[in-house]
Design a protein around this ligand. Structure first.
Ligand code: FAD
Ligand code: PHB
Length: 395
């Protein structure tokens, strides 16, 4: 039987980052991933990093390219009824966000893991978690037709929303909180210089649209779509026509119909599983929670979970102290719920909901208050740039 100190399930940003941080502390990890390395490296997802996320990536020693190629954004814009209102993140909070794709973060982490020599198994099938309620957890899996078994001290369940880790926990030991939204996001990536300088989140009478970017030559755009829609129903031309209608103003005249490199539909969901610890199994990132992407929090939250878990495991191996491990779940959940609240709020204010006229008036009132109130903008800005990491209270 193989042996490792921490077995990490899932090579998304959460699993890869935990592996890298632990490697720097001399802790041995084995990373098990269901997909191929090429598939993981090509996945297109989030794009906005909080300053706290950048700090953690620096600490992990994977921020060189991020600093060279990431774009600093001091503000974001909200479009409503044909007008754009800027929220000056920098002036309000002293902080800015960094535009750097999750694809790039993943690539930097995968390269660092290869350099570190730490073990990874891609295309691991039938991963199963065993005995994590006691002191000697194990993982079994198949790789290239052969059965394998790994003994470990801890299992980090970093395998995303559809992973096996959360589903390995007895239902009675877990509480789940969930909201499913009645629409999805259709996203399109294209190689064309963005005709906007900062992200624009637009609430239009035809539905939500987001103008984002990945680099000075690559745009990422989204529109709210029906949950019944299929990507094949959306030609590039149809997407751009709808996007122009929603983004409005002088921007729409400058949006070119660039061919897509990638186009996909994602449903919107809020979800939290509690607690995050079950004996020697710890959940982190999307394995434990989902936010709708409107607040740009999914990836950032995965990073703060991982940072707390890293600190706890470092203390365990360094000082033989279990106090931070004991506090991990409560500590991570405090920040998770704040990001859940903000992501829900952003989603609520910016999309068309099948509600009544009363809901619509409330949305309009909320947005007008945001545009006019310094305090409301401050509240949005401090959440958008990311709330501070929770201190470790265990002493
Ligand atoms: P993941 O990135 O999901 O990684 C989990 C890994 O575990 C995957 O590589 C998966 O293949 C692997 N895995 C799953 N099951 C198993 C198993 N049984 N055994 C072994 N490995 C397994 N956030 C934003 O802020 N903006 C966005 O635009 C945005 N778009 C998104 C689009 C989609 C389709 C999805 C799913 C998420 C999106 N997110 C977005 C959220 C953001 O990408 C996630 O919050 C982030 O990827 C979380 O990282 P993670 O490592 O926790 O999970
Ligand atoms: C993105 O660029 O993919 C992106 C940016 C901001 C969001 C969501 C997605 O809120």
């Amino acid at each position: 039987m193989l042996r490792t100190q921490v077995a990490i399930v899932g090579a998304g940003p959460a699993g890869l980052l935990l592996g890298q941080l632990l490697h720097k502390e001399g802790v041995d990890t084995l990373l098990l991933e269901r997909r191929s390395a090429d598939y993981v490296a090509a996945r297109i997802r989030a794009g906005v990093l909080e300053p706290g996320t950048v700090d953690v990536l620096e600490r992990a020693g994977v921020a060189t390219r991020l600093h060279a190629e990431g774009l600093t954004h001091d503000g974001v814009e909200i479009g409503f009824r044909g007008l754009r209102h800027r929220v000056d993140l920098k002036a309000l909070t002293g902080k800015a966000v960094t535009v750097y794709g999750q694809t790039e973060v993943t690539r930097d982490l995968m390269e660092a893991r290869t350099r570190s020599g730490a073990s990874s198994v891609y295309e691991a099938e039938d991963v199963a978690l065993h005995d994590f309620a006691g002191p000697t957890p194990r993982i079994t899996y198949r790789h290239q037709g052969e059965a394998h078994e790994v003994a470990c001290d801890f299992i980090a369940g970093c395998d995303g929303f559809h992973g096996i880790s959360r589903r390995s926990v007895p239902a009675a030991a877990m509480s789940v909180f969930e909201r499913v939204y009645p629409f999805g996001w259709l996203g399109l990536l294209a190689d064309v210089p963005p005709p906007w300088h900062e992200l624009i989140y637009a609430n239009s009478e035809h539905g939500f649209a987001l103008a984002s970017l990945r680099s000075p030559t690559r745009v990422r755009c989204y529109i709210q779509c029906s949950l019944e829609d299929r990507v094949e129903q959306w030609s590039d031309e149809r997407f751009w026509t709808e996007f122009r209608r929603r983004i409005g103003g002088e921007i729409s005249a400058r949006v070119p119909s660039a061919p897509s490199i990638e186009k996909s539909i994602a449903p919107l969901r809020s979800f939290v599983a509690e607690p995050l610890r079950f004996g020697r199994l710890f959940l982190a990132g999307d394995a434990a929670h989902i936010v709708p992407p409107t607040g740009a929090k999914g990836l950032n939250l995965a990073v703060s979970d991982v940072f707390y878990l890293y600190e706890a495991l470092r203390d365990f191996y360094g000082e033989r102290s279990e106090r931070a491990l004991d506090e991990y779940s409560a500590r991570a959940l405090r920040r998770i719920w704040r990001a859940e609240r903000f992501s829900w709020w952003m989603t609520r204010q910016l999309h068309r909901f099948p509600g009544d006229a009363f809901d619509e008036r409330l949305q309009q009132t909320e947005l007008e208050h945001l545009f006019e109130s310094h305090a409301a903008q401050m509240a949005m800005a401090e959440n958008y740039v990311g709330l501070p990491f929770e201190p470790f209270r265990g002493g």
